[in-house]
Design a protein around this ligand. Structure first.
Ligand code: CTP
Length: 405
């Protein structure tokens, strides 16, 4: 995993309490460390029966703590709490939630929690029956009222064999919440950003479509990068197999026409629109109502132009000035810069992100991309980067366009 800029150098206190989900906290510690955070794990005595401090120490490269009375540090809880950017308790048992809600402090985790002044994020894990108990719900309400964020639990199968709401969120999802918490007051806080992603699908008949090779990865990375900077993100997604970045409002669409409707509505009040989706330029003129059978011979498909979404946005923008910033994407096989420049002008764009889809390790489906950023001032050719890094570079430009120096 790449370093995540918003988490680079952040000090995260990871409180682990005694639930079987503690084994997943090890994965979480690893993800956060790979993302560039400094993770200090603090285990309760019950947690240390499921996993050991050594597990966390090995994954984070930093001492992990379990004992309030250890002689290694002078007042260890104060040292741990000082300068922490986030206290994340995952898994949070009913017992630890009760202690946090009431200010009890009888072990290193709960004492540290009282000493810490950073935001608190708790990921409950317990049996569904316990989670529903009014005592647990009241404790969660107390924590929320004090500004803590409660994430999950999810529905599903639990270690008891029963199903219900009580599973700790998966580490990847918790990571998404940590990013959201870290980016809360970021440079795009209060900005509304619409991102499109994926490739539209145009029906031929009820089972077949005309599609394209877009994986959606670059658009989803742009949405995530905008969330990391604190923006409110609407993600208009054409069919793709990617999970929604935590915090994004996702609108699923199928065809170019559906995407047009969703984008025009969402972008009317937005500050920026980034059209990373590969929108079909043509669709079957008369999709068959019933499945075409092969016995009838090869069908002849008559195609028809779809409406250009960016042009429609440009029209709306000419009237009310919103969105202030519109970014188009150009996938080209020939004459990259001249073609992108033409799109910049014709579609009244603030910026065009152009990529040559014929180049290796770049474009459709790949995790990396080599793009050129083109605006009225010129063209900046970026090296081969991960799609997450490309997204950061695009967002740097969007940020500058929204808040000129
Ligand atoms: N786009 C759009 N509506 C469409 C087709 C494309 O808004 N019906 C957007 C894409 O999301 C992308 C940009 O337009 O941001 C460029 O798309 P592309 O298909 O490469 O551009 P075209 O103008 O169609 O040019 P050409 O067919 O010559 O490549």
């Amino acid at each position: 995993m790449d370093v995540i800029p918003i988490l680079r150098g952040k000090r995260i206190l990871l409180g682990v309490s005694g639930s079987i989900a503690a084994y997943k906290a090890a994965e979480l510690a690893s993800l956060l460390t790979q993302a560039g955070a400094h993770v200090d794990a603090v285990l309760t005595a019950a947690a240390a029966r499921f996993v050991t401090p050594l597990t966390f120490q090995s994954l984070t490269g930093r001492p992990a703590h379990a004992d309030l009375w250890s002689a290694d540090a002078h007042v260890p809880h104060v040292g741990l709490a000082e300068g922490a950017d986030l206290l994340l308790v995952a898994p949070a048992t009913a017992d630890v939630l009760a202690k946090l809600a009431h200010g009890l402090a009888d072990d290193l985790l709960t004492v540290t929690a009282l000493a810490a002044r950073c935001p608190l994020l708790v990921a409950p894990a317990m049996d569904a029956g316990m989670f529903e108990h009014p005592a647990v719900q009241a404790n969660l309400a107390t924590l929320r009222a004090r500004g803590a964020a409660v994430i999950g639990p999810a529905e599903g199968r639990m270690a008891s064999g029963l199903a219900g709401r009580g599973r700790m969120l998966e580490p990847e999802e918790i990571l998404g919440h940590v990013r959201r918490a870290a980016g809360r007051n970021g440079p795009l806080a209060g900005r509304r950003i619409v991102v499109t992603a994926g490739g539209t699908q145009e029906p031929i008949d009820p089972v077949r479509v005309v599609a394209n090779r877009s994986s959606g990865k670059q658009g989803f990375a742009v949405a995530q990068a905008a969330l990391d900077r604190g923006a409110e993100v609407t993600l208009v997604a054409a069919p793709c197999a990617l999970s929604t970045p935590v915090g994004a409002r996702r609108i699923d669409v199928g065809t170019a026409e559906e995407m047009a409707r969703a984008v025009l509505e969402a972008s009317a009040g937005a500050d920026a629109l980034l059209m990373a989706a590969a929108v079909a330029d043509f669709r079957p003129a008369r999709p068959a109502a019933r499945k075409l059978k092969k016995d009838a011979g090869p069908p002849v498909l008559e195609l028809k132009r779809t409406a250009d979404i960016l042009s429609a946005v440009a029209e709306a923008r000419a009237k009310n000035g919103r969105p202030a910033c519109v970014v188009g994407f150009a996938a080209e096989t020939d004459d990259l810069v001249p073609n992108a420049r033409r799109k910049l002008q014709e579609k009244c764009l603030s910026l065009v992100v152009a990529n040559d889809v014929t180049r290796k390790h770049s474009g459709f489906g790949s995790d990396s991309n080599r793009v050129t950023l083109i605006d009225a001032a010129g063209a900046e050719e970026l090296p081969l980067l991960s799609k997450a890094d490309v997204a950061e570079r695009i967002l740097d430009r969007v940020q500058a366009l929204l808040s000129p120096a």
